[in-house]
Design a binder for this molecule. Structure first.
Ligand SMILES: [Zn+2]
Length: 69
């Protein structure tokens, strides 16, 4: 048997629940935590690291509002 289901176990940065991620993941892939349903972006693969995708981190969110000319 040479076929393994490759499952990467990584802790959710939000709720610390262990996530078993299977399949092909790339840097920048978005996964959803099964426990807290946060959107998590894969930042590095080795070691696997996840980072919370901040839904408010859009360009217009902070103290510099875009001017609509
Ligand atoms: Zn979580």
């Amino acid at each position: 048997m040479s076929t393994y289901a490759r499952i990467t176990v990584v802790a959710c940065p939000v709720c610390r629940a262990k996530q078993g991620l299977s399949g092909v993941l790339h840097c920048g892939s978005i996964v959803i935590c099964a426990t807290c349903h946060s959107s998590l972006r894969v930042t590095t693969l080795r070691p696997m690291r996840l980072r919370l995708v901040d839904p408010s981190s859009t360009r217009t969110a902070e103290s510099q509002p875009e001017s609509y000319a």
